[in-house]
Design a protein around this ligand. Sequence first.
Ligand SMILES: [Fe+2]
Ligand SMILES: [Fe+2]
Length: 137
Amino acid sequence: MSNSELIEQLNNMLMQEHACQIRYATHAAVVSGPASEEIKERLLEISGDEAEHAKKLRDRIVALGGKPTLKVHEADLKEAYDLASILQINMREETEAITAYTKILETVPQSNVILYRTLQDIIQDEQEHLEELTNLL
Ligand SMILES: [Fe+2]
Ligand SMILES: [Fe+2]
């Protein structure tokens, strides 16, 4: 993958991370029902993780000579108001993010240690998110 293609792919993930941060924060605000306090807290923590992913991506994009996007991937801004839908939507989104990041990782040479490890760290977080959401079901 060329440098400019890589920057484009990372910017595409950055748009998705922007949406993930907003989506989790909104779902945290609206979730209700038994154990909702614990779930709210967890969703807010995940929202913070997604913000951290966005920060890491911006730094890597700048390091590659690119410009980090301000855009939000609107298709990922999925409304939900009940716990089952909230969990389902986010489990699907996490699964898609893991697939997308893994595809990008496959094109990055391991010698590019910073980017390689950054992507691995993000994938690990997304896998942990997926596992936690599955356990909340
Ligand atoms: Fe993320
Ligand atoms: Fe995530």
